[in-house]
Design a protein around this ligand. Sequence first.
Ligand SMILES: [Fe+2]
Length: 185
Amino acid sequence: MLGFRRTRELPVCGANGAGGPPPYKEAPPPFALPRPEARAAPLAAIRAAHGDKLRLCDALEQVADTLPGHVDRILCLQIANALVPLLRDVHRYEEEVIFPAYEAIRGATETTATSLRRLCAEHVEDECFADEVTQVLLSIGHGCAIDNPEAVGFMLRGLFETLRRHIAFEAEHILPAIAGPAHAS
Ligand SMILES: [Fe+2]
């Protein structure tokens, strides 16, 4: 359990804010929602979704690495806009399509059920955590002071490291089963 989630301090607006308008610039979002056209092919869809989540993790790491003085506030807003919708879409797709397919292949054993229950529980935890991170990123993106950059960085790292571990487990155990023996490494 990530106990630090409840101990981090949110940045608040104050007299010591970074000041000045955020550095607006034209740049495409570093990630996208899952591609609807790919959903006819579950394996391709989930690989694309994992790629989107990993790009999101990279963006979160970039923010964490540049706190507090060089943080890209536009990037914070882009992440804040995409984070929870992306996770919800990917999680829903996994739970409705990928996990049932995995269970059909592996069989309804207790081991399989335990693994899928854990993954589903992590989805809930990650969405709750992402919601908290979104509020922080919105605050930073709107120009508020970052009063405790260490706590914010710790929070961001907690999220993207958790997401990367979750993706790595699914990539190692779930996707090969879906792909079948011809694609297993
Ligand atoms: Fe997942």
